[in-house]
Unconditional design. Structure first.
Length: 160
């Protein structure tokens, strides 16, 4: 998941990126990069967050300014330094496995095709977020990082 977050940062120029998972009634930050890194493991009530809204609707959410968007959890956004956010559902085989999000510390900072790029990323490389449902976020993160290492190593071998 960390690799997916780093890819999201690279594609969008965002300040922070995360893969968030649903754990009962809570949202858990299962992967992070950039300004989001210190918040790995952060838990919030799903019903109070944009991520929860993304899980409920299974649609991409664009928030131009977390200070004025009534769907945003203002205190959480302030904590992580998020003003503008894009959230994309991670879907595989019709199942919702998580949410890939990026954020900027500047309101209305995303103006181009960032959401489209994130949809492509979430539906291809973040297939690493597919798991058996019994796997913890920690185990999933370890497996995802191992999978990315294996792919990079194999690609290097194949190129020789």
């Amino acid at each position: 998941m960390k690799s997916a977050c780093e890819g999201a940062l690279s594609l969008t120029g965002a300040d922070g990126a995360a893969v968030e998972l649903l754990d009962g009634a809570a949202i858990v930050c299962g992967g992070a990069a950039g300004l989001a890194t210190p918040h790995l493991g952060l838990r919030l009530e799903a019903s109070e967050t944009l991520t929860g809204e993304c899980f409920r609707t299974r649609r991409t959410i664009i928030c131009g300014d977390s200070e004025t968007d009534t769907r945003a959890h203002r205190a959480a956004c302030r904590l992580v330094g998020a003003r503008a956010l894009i959230l994309v559902p991670i879907l595989h085989g019709g199942e919702m496995n998580g949410v890939l999000l990026v954020y900027s510390s500047t309101a209305h900072d995303f103006r181009g095709n960032e959401a489209s790029l994130l949809v492509l990323l979430a539906n291809t490389s973040t297939g690493i977020a597919v798991w058996d449902g019994d796997e913890s976020a920690t185990a999933l993160l370890a497996r995802a990082d191992a999978d990315m290492y294996t792919r990079k190593r194999f690609a290097g071998t194949a190129a020789r």
